[in-house]
Ligand binder design. Structure first.
Ligand code: NAD
Length: 473
């Protein structure tokens, strides 16, 4: 561990104490103050859009500015504005009915901030995946500490500075560092821990949180399939799948990981996807619109996956490119893997890059079984003009989220909860789901001077019998 990391570990404990103390002095942050907090988030995004996009691009080696604008900066602005717009409704105390035997008592659910939230974020959307949980936490009235990924240090430092300018440290703070800092961070006694990252580290985070009984949200990864049915026009499927797979060079948690295509059509669909890719990025190796792979480790991992599949007998399709320039720029050209061996890493591990295996299926049942035999994915996509078939796929599979005849964009619908299920995660955020993640729904039952428990108190007699009989009905 570096000296700087050791310092961050010391600092995080002090910051947590300060945030907890500050929270106790303002347990119910007024809604107008929360709205001002959200305005500050949207404001810092608008004012620093260029600096944010540049920092991300530097961290990646090259990230298309358009991708950063739409998927990071505009996304967070929209999220903050949506939260602000609906805050009064979401924060409202809900009255609920009481059974006759408990009348004239009153029951209500108060939506109260949980306290101090810990947010651990990954590198693939280094701004959005730290700031969107922060928007939800601030909307709910919480204080928050963020631990961004060490793979995108420039973005982490920029976020730290921008948030320090906009918020007191006892309200919002950024703690930087690698896995050792992450590990120490997840052992802190937060009031809620929100983790986005790999399933492997997610397991460790869940264990650390369990030690302190800290409630935890796990936004993890997995292998999200795209199922194409025979009736769906091939060019439309190819355009949509190529777009979702190549956005951020496939380094997207909900990118289509592999395609299940009707047997016999894999090659045509694969070639159509490569043609779309060639049109989008005439030379992926030099095109700034095509994002680089974030690190040498991931670059080597992806190349090894392609090589292993090739040696296992799969056919590799790629558009023409300058291999040397691609390597120098740490870019993997759009790659389709035709019929990979079942035990190859491309079919057993999350790919998280622009590499797309195509697997043929004979009947829709077989495609559904293929998905059902594996961990529940974070997303599932079905391309079909036949509504019954699309419905069948949705009915007979399980995934965190799903989209029909499109991919990725389900996460941009602010009122759709976003999260995984089983191995792809637990809990959700975005919109009201995010607000509720950082909220404790506190049940309160109150009565006046007369209270119904009198009916249930000993010495038991006729009144108790009457109440009990009613309850047993
Ligand atoms: P990662 O798990 O390696 O790292 C994520 C964060 O955890 C980083 O901040 C890292 O420093 C920290 N960390 C590392 N080791 C730790 C430990 N032992 N204890 C505590 N924290 C630790 O993930 P990554 O490589 O940055 O991100 C890629 C993964 O994230 C992919 O699997 C992807 O699918 C997933 N992801 C999921 C979502 C989602 O919303 N569900 C979004 C983006 C990425």
């Amino acid at each position: 561990m570096s000296e700087a990391e050791a310092k961050q570990i010391e600092r995080m404990k002090a910051v947590l104490e300060a945030q907890k103390a500050a929270f106790r002095t303002e347990r119910h942050r007024p809604l107008d103050k929360r709205k001002a907090d959200l305005d500050r988030i949207a404001g810092l995004c608008r004012t620093n859009a260029d600096a944010i996009a540049e920092a991300i691009s530097k961290d990646f080696g090259n990230r298309a500015r358009e991708e950063s604008v739409i998927a990071e900066i505009a996304f967070v602005i929209q999220d903050a504005e949506h939260t602000k717009k609906h805050l009064v409704k979401w924060a409202k105390t809900r009255k609920v009915g009481v059974p006759m035997t408990l009348m004239p008592g009153k029951a209500e659910i108060r939506r109260e901030p949980k306290g101090v939230a810990g947010i651990v974020s990954p590198w693939n959307y280094p701004f959005q995946l730290a700031m969107a949980p922060l928007v939800a936490a601030l909307g709910a009235g919480c204080r928050a500490m963020i631990k961004p990924s060490e793979y995108t240090p420039g973005t982490a430092e920029l976020m730290k500075r921008l948030l320090a300018d906009a918020f007191e440290e006892d309200h919002v703070a950024v703690i930087t560092g690698g896995p050792a800092v992450g590990e120490a961070f997840t052992k802190l006694k937060f009031d809620h821990l929100f983790y986005t990252g790999s399933t492997q580290v997610g397991r460790l985070v869940a264990k650390a949180a369990a030690e302190n009984l800290v409630p935890v949200t796990l936004e993890l990864g997995g292998k999200s399939p795209a199922i194409v049915t025979p009736d769906y026009p091939q060019d439309a499927a190819a355009k949509s799948i190529a777009w979702g797979k190549l956005f951020n060079a496939g380094q997207t948690c909900v990118a289509p990981d592999y395609v299940l295509a009707p047997k016999g059509s894999e090659r045509d669909l694969g070639e159509a996807i490569i043609n779309v890719a060639a049109h989008q990025f005439p030379d992926a190796s030099s095109d700034d619109a095509y994002t680089a792979i974030v690190s040498d480790r991931h670059y080597d991992r992806l190349n090894a996956m392609i090589e292993e599949a090739r040696q296992g007998g799969a056919e590799i399709l790629q558009p023409g490119h300058d291999a040397q320039a691609a390597q120098a720029a740490r870019k993997i050209p759009p790659t389709v893997v035709l019929n990979p061996p079942a035990d190859a890493a491309v079919m057993t591990e999350e790919i998280f890059g622009p590499v797309l295996p195509m697997v043929g299926y004979s009947e829709l049942d077989a495609a559904i079984d293929f998905v059902g035999d594996r961990d529940h994915p974070l997303a599932l996509y079905v391309y079909s003009t036949d509504k019954t078939q699309a419905q069948r796929v949705l009915d007979e599979t399980m995934s965190g989220g799903a989209a029909v005849n499109i991919n990725l964009l389900h996460l941009s619908v602010p009122d759709l909860p976003f999260g995984g299920v089983g191995a792809s995660g637990q809990g959700a955020y975005h919109g009201e789901a995010g607000f509720l993640t950082f909220t404790h729904e506190r049940s309160v039952f109150s009565t006046g001077k007369w209270h119904p428990s009198r009916l249930l108190a000993p010495p038991y007699g006729k009144m108790f019998e009457t109440v009990a009989k009613r309850q047993m009905k």
